[in-house]
Design a protein around this ligand. Structure first.
Ligand code: SAM
Length: 289
């Protein structure tokens, strides 16, 4: 069965009484070459288990199952579960689980697989919920070998941006704390059915085994990033002072300058390591108030 063939997809969906659910971001891949390339992107050394988020019709799931010992495939849509049982019936190494990933404790779900080592994540992410899922994956702090995701083109640009690029934002700086992001290849919208409005790209996030820069106070560091990008047009001291009421603007400006930044710099120029230094300096000054 060709799981990328539009006719096959339509016929089997109809046979199961299903229609494409926009609210779940159901745009299925219909290009075998793209599916194989995404699965290949997950071939990190040591990976035995792949967690797939959003199995859909099962095209990517099957390619992952051909490459890895085990695939755990989550799918929120209850209607698709019996269908996946049919489209993936030829594989004995796939575990299909009906679940909303955002309500799933991934540490618990993957505990056995993490214990034996070698877990990666692969997903053609539903667009409506890309950022929350990405943040969830980072915040679990699980030691994934790699995280390969299909995201909207503009999200890929944002995640891979460098300080000073127009696309660079709080999510970029935050993500850079956990790892690095590489844009692997673009995927035009006509490779999906139904076709979405915009093109996509596959990215790979390589999580740091040891973070290159660690703040003294992580919560303060996250707060500084949020404040710096909260009002992008403002200079960094002004953007910070509108969010920090527990330290004076003079102290904040002093912290910015003592880190070697010009007082009229904007937050979008700072790298993750710069934010670590700045939050440590702000933390020191807050303690002395
Ligand atoms: N993997 C398939 C492919 O590449 O053709 C389907 C990708 S489609 C863009 C996204 C899939 O994620 C849909 O099947 C959708 O039902 C599922 N999904 C959406 N939200 C989800 C959630 N919160 N948890 C788990 N799966 C979800």
């Amino acid at each position: 069965m060709n799981l990328c063939d539009i006719g096959t997809i339509k016929d089997i969906m109809a046979a199961y009484g299903l229609s494409f659910r926009k609210e779940f971001g159901q745009n299925f891949l219909i290009d075998g070459e793209t599916v194989a390339r995404i699965a290949d992107s997950c071939l990190c050394e040591g990976t035995k288990t792949v967690l797939e988020i959003g199995a859909g019709f099962g095209a990517l799931t099957s390619e992952l199952a051909r490459r890895f010992e085990k695939v755990i495939a989550l799918e929120i849509d209850r209607g698709l579960i019996p269908l996946l049982g049919f489209t993936l019936s030829g594989f004995s190494n796939i575990e299909i689980i009906q679940a909303d990933v955002t309500k799933t404790d991934l540490r618990e779900l993957l505990s056995t697989d993490l214990a034996r080592g070698g877990v990666s994540v692969c997903a053609n992410l539903p667009y409506y919920i890309t950022t929350p899922i990405l943040l969830q994956l980072l915040e679990t702090r699980l030691p994934f070998d790699c995280v390969c995701l299909m995201v909207q083109d503009e999200v890929a640009d944002r995640l891979c941006a460098a300080p000073g690029d127009p696309e660079y934002g709080s999510v970029t700086a935050y993500m850079n704390y956990f790892g690095t992001c590489t844009r692997l290849f673009g995927v035009p919208k006509n490779r999906f059915y139904p076709a979405p409005k915009v093109d996509s790209a596959v990215i790979r996030i390589d999580l740091y085994k040891e973070k290159p820069a660690v703040p003294a106070d992580e919560q303060l560091f996250f707060r500084v990033i949020r404040a710096a990008f909260g009002q992008r047009r403002k200079t960094l001291p002004n953007a910070l002072s509108s969010q920090f009421t527990d330290i004076s603007k003079t102290e904040l400006a002093g912290a910015v300058e003592s880190c070697g930044f010009s007082p009229d710099i904007r937050g979008e120029r700072l790298s993750c390591a710069d934010f670590v230094r700045l939050s440590d300096e702000i933390g020191r000054r807050m303690k002395n108030v």
